[in-house]
Write a protein that binds this ligand. Sequence first.
Ligand code: PHE
Ligand code: FE
Length: 287
Amino acid sequence: MIEDPIIAAQTPAPDFTINQVWEAYTDEEHAVWDLLYQRQSDLLKDRTTPEFLEGLEKLSLSDGGIPDLSTLNPKLQALTGWTVVMVPHLVPDNVFFEHLANRRFPAGRFIRKRNQLDYLQEPDVFHDIFGHVPLLTQPVFADYMQAYGQGGLRSLEYDALKYLARLYWYTVEFGLINTPAGLRHYGAGIVSSYGEAQYSLESRSPHHIGFDLKRVMQTEYKIDDFQDCYFIIDSFEELFAATQQDFEPIYKNLIENDTVFTPQCLAQEDSIIQRGDLSYGRDNVSI
Ligand code: PHE
Ligand code: FE
């Protein structure tokens, strides 16, 4: 776990939130944000969905340094009613869902060190704010995230968290989207990663599969390396519409049958946009 004295000094509130104490970030911490921001924004220009890039602009996330929540939140709130709250590290599932259901996005306070720009085990403030917050300015995506939080609370009652977590993984974290300008990404795990922002679109290795709700819910994922498969939506409206149905019968069916797909395999019914050659995982050469 990464040490952060500002976090260690606080007792979290019952909803696990802490104060950002923005004044306490060091020059080096702000410099790491700026470095990450610069590298990523150059890369994302022709690779990320325009709604994300517009969100970056609207929130002035390029102003320099780690964003101050007291400046960021009024802007975000005026656009879609969302706010960002700070939490110490990962929070329990029900607490996380409760925040989303109330249009609050929980973000970590700490930032990675300069020698870990590319790999880190836990989400930091760069992943959480740069990666997740710009799309919360997009009204349909903002509604989807709130609905996800409400759905998350329900999934706990049905013991179906793992199915819903896979939906988050393959959309909110690692989603791809068709746009008039071509295939782009929107998932926070991709847009905040230097390597995966290129690999997800340009490598021959991963599968690209048309989004299908039940298929996604049956698909395992890797948490410590680039993905072997990505699911493509046509629009945020389509994604939102697909999740408006009651998931109870789907959960019951999934629990009964318990079919699982590994990230490497393809299913008969898949609409395959790219059949990956899986060369990345095999010999670990990057693109
Ligand atoms: N419709 C889902 C349910 O019945 C809730 C949900 C909405 C889940 C959006 C994920 C995303 O539980
Ligand atoms: Fe994330």
